[in-house]
Design a protein around this ligand. Structure first.
Ligand code: FDA
Length: 398
């Protein structure tokens, strides 16, 4: 007779390995299936090879979802401290980089090895690389047809992530299965992604490519507003850096970003008040505040002479300079898309899932965890925390 598993977990990334390990260690017979030939590529490349594996301050406020309350249950039951205890058991050292972001001291490979070892402790069986042709359910049993034969399981956990970075194996598998079983979806779109401008509009900014500076950026209205203070990077195609990746998840096509390039200084007031005391010319004043090429670009864009004395420059022009720096409004024309996006916004609609167990309300035994679900974290370790927490919620309830 064909062997039947308690759980088939599909996708051996962050959430899939965690879920398989938790269920396996509870004595469930688990099979973990992935189509990739290299294990957990996203963990490997994350955090510049050191994996920003959690954020010590992670809470529901750091996540976007049509239902912002959905993530609370899983996040409160599996916290960053829980993941740190696991790291401690595996003697993996780490450090805080900034704003609560925790990275491995050595390499993201250590996280992969740890999760593999945890799966080993749960006697998880592996099928990898293994392609899945279809999933069906007959009575209480799921049948998964793969290129290595059929697999039967009482429960199926879909942990195949989102659409970001197709070249390392991302697919729309989770969304197809959700639709097949009649679950609603929230339209996916790229998140944590550089923003672009049409090439003619961006022409004047090309000389600024490579410049980075700390800024404040915001977008949206009262209903859905994002606001971050982080570094901005000018690129050949538009804007990037942590400030832009963060705000990109809140930005809607056709709406502007508002940037403050000098958050510490009220430029117009400082210049007007300083007319009698600051003896420098405009170029020199700006060069002490901003990277030289950017200072020059702003002065030129405002058709001002950098050698003009501050005292001789009309208040009206100083106010417009202040607006250009403290209230720069700019409208991107798009983003770099899934090719460069760190995450996918949207996914399986949380109204379809139990927040306790991550199981479908309509299809008993079918679970969705990790990035496949409409819960998306900010930049800074939050997305892995969601992967660990949602996977543990499912692993404990199967
Ligand atoms: P994940 O994508 O990790 O795993 C999905 C698995 O499913 C993969 O192994 C894939 O091969 C498999 N799969 C897909 N389709 C399949 C199919 N049809 N059949 C079988 N298997 C299939 N987050 C963070 O918190 N800190 C960080 O430092 C970073 N850094 C980072 C850098 C870069 C470059 C990217 C692209 C992303 C990040 N992230 C991040 C985001 C983070 O990597 C992401 O949110 C989690 O990996 C999501 O975990 P999942 O397990 O849900 O999906």
């Amino acid at each position: 007779m064909q062997k039947q598993f308690d759980v088939a977990v599909i996708g051996a990334g962050a959430a899939g390995m965690m879920c398989a390990a938790v269920a396996g260690q509870r004595g469930k017979k688990v099979v973990l299936i992935d189509h990739a030939s290299k294990l957990a590529e996203k963990i490997r490349i994350s955090g510049g090879g050191r994996c920003n594996f959690t954020n010590i301050n992670a809470g529901p406020q750091n996540f976007l979802s049509q239902n912002p309350h959905f993530c609370k249950s899983a996040l409160s039951r599996y916290t960053p401290q829980d993941f740190l205890s696991l790291m401690k058991r595996h003697r993996i050292s780490y450090h805080e980089k900034h704003k609560g972001q925790l990275f491995c001291d050595d390499s993201s490979e250590q996280i992969i090895d740890m999760l593999k070892a945890e799966c080993g402790l749960g006697n998880v069986e592996w099928r990898m690389p293994c392609s899945i042709a279809s999933i069906g359910k007959s009575g209480e049993v799921f049948r998964i047809d793969t290129d290595a034969g059929a697999i039967l399981a009482s429960n199926v956990v879909i942990a195949t992530g989102g659409l970001s970075i197709p070249k390392i194996g991302a697919t729309d598998f989770a969304y197809r299965i959700a639709r097949q079983f009649g679950l609603r979806m929230v339209e996916p779109q790229p998140g944590l992604v550089p923003l672009t401008f049409d090439s003619a509009a961006w022409q004047p900014f090309l000389p600024l490519a490579g410049i980075a500076l700390p800024v404040e950026v915001e977008t949206g209205d009262k209903k859905a507003r994002g606001e971050f203070r982080e570094d901005l990077l000018f690129t050949h195609r538009g804007l990037s850096g942590p400030a832009i990746l963060q705000i990109s998840s809140f930005w809607k096509l056709g709406t502007p970003l508002r940037l403050n390039l000098l958050p510490e200084i009220d430029v117009a007031t400082t210049l007007i008040d300083g007319k009698t005391t600051i003896k420098k010319n405009l170029g020199n004043v700006f060069a002490q505040w901003l990277p030289a090429r950017l200072a020059q670009g702003i002065i030129e864009a405002n058709k001002l002479d950098p050698t003009a004395r501050l005292a001789d420059t009309p208040d009206r022009l100083l106010r417009s300079l202040g607006d250009a720096i403290n209230r720069w409004s700019i409208q991107p024309s798009g983003s770099e898309g899934y090719r460069k996006a760190e995450v996918t916004l949207g996914g399986v609609d949380t109204r379809e899932l139990s927040q306790q167990s991550m199981m479908s309300n309509q299809v008993p035994g079918l679970y969705f965890v990790g990035e496949a679900v409409d819960v998306t974290g900010w930049l800074g370790g939050y997305n892995f925390q969601w992967a660990w927490a949602s996977a543990t919620a499912a692993g404990l309830s199967i």
